[in-house]
Design a protein around this ligand. Structure first.
Ligand code: DVN
Length: 280
């Protein structure tokens, strides 16, 4: 009996030791894997955001407090970390936008829709107008993806809900909130660059159509100029979707529309002596 008991105890001890060794091996492999593959996605995102923030402030607001970028990161992550990635409403970012709220001065806001590249090339080269992505938060977040998950401190930069998968995802809610705020803060004459090479330059389901156009209110805003960017001169400002835009706008706003060849804008951008007003 004793021999059998001793043999059974030795087997149990061997199994426990094996399990313990496997657990230690798994932890070591995890640490090695992570160190070999560098930082976690959360650390990569934080580094990207903080460095973009610091670069933006160095270029645009050198005297600003050093703590702004950490405040940006902290209030940004509070909006979505630990949350279902399809249950993050635009209001989740309220604290972030209360902390960081720089907007273009009057007469300088440029909206855009399906013209991202040329709009940004224009604002970055000519410095006359500013898009949302030329503000601190828009600049820092442009092109990034992020989400969290229920009851977890993890931050993911892949595998997040797509733009149309669910409307209250962290990325889309950020852009909806920031777009609404820049429109509400717009004053004086506003401009929008629309794409004259597509059938509906004004898409009511776009961010500009759903959110921004509706928030341009007289008398804070005096009017809207549409710059209809075309490759050839076949498009006109009489396009049906532009008639629809005029119906969506506050009827007290002045409205104008101008067809402009993309080549004219690009020539203007590339000529540092050409004043902004000559680009269209
Ligand atoms: O006025 C601008 C600016 O203020 C911005 O905040 O909103 C306006 C531009 O948004 P928009 O009117 O929807 O214009 P677009 O060109 O249809 O979409 C702008 C961006 O939103 C796209 O470039 C996408 O961003 P990305 O991935 O290129 O960095 C994103 N987007 C819009 N619809 C999307 C989408 N991304 C994926 N799937 C979609 N269906």
């Amino acid at each position: 009996m004793d021999t059998r008991k001793r043999r059974r105890n030795r087997l149990i001890a061997a199994v426990c030791l094996t399990l313990l060794l496997l657990i230690i091996l798994a932890i070591c492999l995890g640490i090695i894997f992570r160190s070999e593959n560098g930082a976690s996605s959360s650390e990569v995102l934080k580094t990207t955001i903080i460095s973009r923030c610091e670069t933006y402030l160095q270029n645009n607001d050198p005297g600003s407090s050093e703590s702004i970028c950490n405040t940006l990161w902290m209030t940004f992550t509070k909006a979505f970390v630990g949350q279902d990635p399809c249950a993050v409403p635009p209001e989740a970012y309220n604290q972030l936008f209360q902390a960081i709220n720089n907007y273009p001065s009057c007469n300088r806001t440029l909206f855009w829709s399906k013209t991202k590249a040329i709009s940004h090339k224009y604002t970055q080269e000519k410095k006359c107008l500013e898009t949302l992505e030329d503000t601190l938060l828009g600049n820092v977040m442009d092109g990034l993806t992020w989400c969290g998950k229920n009851n977890s401190n993890e931050i993911f930069t892949s595998g997040c809900p797509a733009w149309t998968e669910c409307t209250m995802n962290p990325v889309r809610s950020f852009w909806d909130r920031s777009s609404g705020l820049i429109a509400e803060q717009t004053c004086g004459a506003a401009t929008v660059m629309l794409n004259g090479s597509i059938p509906t330059p004004f898409d009511p389901n776009s961010t500009f159509g759903r959110i921004e156009a509706k928030r341009l209110k007289y008398p804070l805003v005096s009017g809207l100029t549409v710059v209809l960017v075309t490759q050839t001169n076949v498009t006109s400002c009489e396009n049906d979707s532009l008639q629809n835009l005029q119906r969506v706008l506050d009827q007290s706003l002045t409205y104008s529309c101008k067809v402009v060849l993309q080549s004219q804008i690009l020539d203007c951008i590339s000529d540092p002596h050409m004043p902004c007003g000559k680009c269209w």
